[in-house]
Design a protein around this ligand. Structure first.
Ligand SMILES: NC(=O)c1ccc[n+]([C@@H]2O[C@H](COP(=O)([O-])OP(=O)(O)OC[C@H]3O[C@@H](n4cnc5c(N)ncnc54)[C@H](OP(=O)(O)O)[C@@H]3O)[C@@H](O)[C@H]2O)c1
Length: 292
């Protein structure tokens, strides 16, 4: 199988690159912004025509949640036009398209986990741009899986877990929001699940699914577990969202319901704490090796 991965030096793309080493039977083509700008429709089409991949996994996105509040045009270009360009070319060259969306398409007013068909009501520009991307994929998609995920971290790139480790080394105490609840997701698990969808194409109906780690936490609970797992003495204190204002509004509750994914019986769903410890053990090894 030939698999094209866009946005390949981000967190998820880097995890797919790591996993690609254990799939010698497949040929992977990894491209990032400097090789393929997904907002450039003719460039997307030229690459798809030349390479004729069997699968295109879109890891490219505009993910600067707060900056998006003042950069709506670029957020919509990357997160809505980008996937539209890719899916049009996938349809033209008969490739399977995999696209990733976010819990931030919901406003967070729910009190029970969000189902895939719950109404999207984003409360940030980033969330609105991702919701528009979803809408275009759902409208135009033929062979596609649209996977919504949440609270993604990895040993690659910048993310909440790595920020907590850095702050945990620098400070005796940190304050972390304790009234936003969601499902942390290790990008390596998401990458593995994406490949399970690819491998299961003949059996898994096309469409929208939720994928995250199982269990749930607040950012305070996640930060506390990071300190414990990394053996950092930093004291984590819970604060309300009102004490940590950000330009973009975050959903207070964004737990994704995983029942449809679970019912497929072929996608690995893993506990968030166990996955966090796996990632942290890699980060510790990297620190020992002087890589971080
Ligand atoms: N991170 C989270 O907590 C989270 C949560 C839920 C869903 N998601 C979704 O999960 C997916 C993967 O996220 P991630 O955390 O891996 O994102 P990431 O680390 O920010 O990686 C995104 C990559 O896309 C590249 N990119 C930006 N604009 C592009 C363009 N026009 N054409 C091609 N590449 C472009 C970025 O390059 P530059 O860095 O140079 O801009 C970066 O390498 C995204 O769809 C995201 O919306 C993420």
């Amino acid at each position: 199988m030939k698999i094209l991965v866009t946005g390949s030096i981000g967190q998820l793309g880097s995890e797919l690159r790591f996993l690609s080493a254990s799939r010698p039977g497949d040929s992977f083509l990894f491209v990032d912004l400097d090789e393929l700008d997904i907002t450039d429709a003719p460039a997307v089409d030229r690459l798809m025509a030349k390479e004729q991949p069997d699968v295109c996994i879109n890891c490219a996105a505009y993910t600067a949640v707060d900056k998006a509040e003042t950069e709506a045009a670029i957020a919509f270009k990357v997160n809505a036009e980008g996937p539209e360009n890719l899916i049009q070319s996938c349809n033209r060259y008969n490739a399977l398209f995999i696209h990733i969306s976010t819990d931030f398409v919901f406003d967070g007013a729910a009190t029970k986990p969000y189902k895939t068909n719950d109404e999207v009501r984003p409360s940030s520009v980033y969330g609105a741009s991702k919701a528009e991307g979803e809408a275009r994929v759902l409208l135009l998609g033929k062979r596609f899986y649209l996977l919504r995920t949440s609270w993604v971290y990895s040993s690659y790139g910048n993310n909440f877990v790595k920020t907590m480790i850095r702050l945990g080394k620098e400070r005796a105490t940190i304050n972390v929001v304790d009234d936003q609840r969601g499902r942390p997701t290790y990008a390596r698990d998401l990458a593995a699940a994406i490949l399970e969808f690819v491998d299961g194409e003949t059996e898994i109906p096309y469409g929208l699914y939720h994928y995250s780690n199982t269990g749930e936490a607040t950012w305070f609970e996640l930060a506390s577990e990071v300190m414990k797992a990394y053996d950092l003495a930093c004291n984590v204190l819970p604060i309300p969202t009102t004490a940590y204002p950000t330009p973009a509004k975050r959903p207070a509750f964004s737990v994704l319901d995983l029942s449809e994914t679970q019912a497929l019986n072929r996608i690995s769903l893993l506990d968030w704490k166990e996955s966090l410890y796996k990632c942290i053990s890699i980060l510790k090894q990297n620190e020992h090796a002087g890589q971080d």
